[in-house]
Design a protein around this ligand. Structure first.
Ligand code: FBP
Length: 346
């Protein structure tokens, strides 16, 4: 430092934190600069780019012509498709073109996986994703999210049936979500803790906010669509009656799984989307909704159950397999499970 320069007091930690971008953090997590580590860091960086593009579109959609509303089509889930669902789905595909990273993408909006020819077979990774989670919120400017998981492709998948994806959650190399709320937040795990990043619009970068997040063992929040109450099994209804009759519980349900789970990650509690008489497997999809979020919950000290088994152990029989879901703090998930396994002695 020359004698003429003024000493600028930059707290070491804040500069270092401001420079901890997502791609740098992934390399730190992997403690390696190997080609595989670089690939995973690049994949996460492209997921971040998809998040920035979707956040920008959401922030402007209300002023744009034709950005909101229905397309008039029905997707493989039998749901009416929103224009934002299609936009976001295309964004995830576009950010991986010409990357040599991801050969195959499987999404809630596509019956079959999408293959990026120029990335195959060199790209050994598959991205599974829900481009817009909480679609019922998107046209009324309430919080929505994107959910993702990265898996390694096993075999050549020559018949395009992606059978190698029909395996348990331990095959997820990374998982996470992006919450489009007042701020845009990306939360991810690579099996070494859960970490959150806030999008700094002035930098256009996701910057590290919290590392190794551990959720409380118990929280006051229970999150469920009680409008389905009479379609649920007795045991689930008994659990809801219990939280209604006992102090210290409060209901919170935003209609967007990502928003409800983020609250529970930060404050504790439990989210449940049980099976019902008509839909014993419930509504939520395993490979790009409940399995990625169960990995996040477990890495943060929580749990994810179908009611009968760990969601992470569940082996799907088809790409768009649904599972009942109970996700959240250890003690709160155990309480729900105690009612499910209850033999009438409560
Ligand atoms: P989408 O991915 O199609 O939005 O479906 C998932 C979801 O919207 C979750 O985000 C939410 O928790 C749930 O479905 C709401 O379902 P319901 O309206 O039946 O309560």
């Amino acid at each position: 430092m020359t004698s003429t320069q003024t000493e600028i007091n930059i707290p070491e930690h804040s500069l270092d934190r401001d420079c901890t971008t997502l791609s740098r953090h992934v390399l730190q997590q992997l403690q390696s600069f190997s080609p595989d580590a670089q690939d995973l860091s690049s994949i996460m960086n492209r997921i971040a780019l998809a998040g920035k593009l979707i956040a920008r579109r959401l922030s402007r959609a209300g002023l744009m012509t034709g950005a909101l509303g229905l397309t008039g089509d029905t997707n493989v889930q039998g749901e009416s498709v929103k224009k934002m669902d299609i936009y976001a789905n295309e964004v995830f595909i576009s950010v991986f073109k010409q990357s040599g990273l991801v050969c195959r993408l499987a999404s809630e909006e596509m019956e079959k996986p999408y293959y990026i020819p120029e990335n195959c077979p060199v790209g050994r990774y598959t991205l599974l994703y829900d481009p817009i989670d909480g679609s019922s919120n998107v046209d009324i400017n309430l919080n929505v999210g994107s959910i993702f998981a990265i898996r390694q492709q096993q075999g050549e998948d020559l018949d395009g049936e992606a059978k190698d994806l029909l395996t348990d959650g331990s095959k997820q190399i990374a998982a996470g979500y992006i919450l489009y709320g007042p701020a845009t937040v990306l939360v991810y795990t690579m099996g070494k803790g859960v970490h959150s990043f806030f999008l700094d619009p002035s930098l256009g970068e996701f910057i590290l906010a919290q590392e190794n997040i551990q959720m409380p063992d118990h929280g006051s929040v229970y999150s469920a669509n009680e409008g389905n109450f009479w379609q649920w099994e007795d045991q689930i209804r008994d659990y809801i009656r219990y939280v209604h009759r006992h102090e210290g519980y409060t209901g919170r349900y935003s209609g967007a799984l990502v928003g409800d789970l983020h609250r529970i990650l930060m404050q504790g509690g439990v989210f449940l989307y049980p099976g019902s008489v008509d839909n014993p497997d419930g509504k939520l999809r395993l490979l790009y909704e409940t399995a990625p979020l169960a990995m996040i919950m477990e890495q943060a000290g929580g749990k994810g159950s179908t009611g009968q088994q760990r969601i992470m152990d569940y082996i799907p029989s088809k790409l768009h397999q649904r599972t009942p879901a109970i996700l959240g703090s250890k003690k709160d998930v155990d309480l729900v499970l105690s009612f499910i396994n209850d033999k009438g002695d409560k």
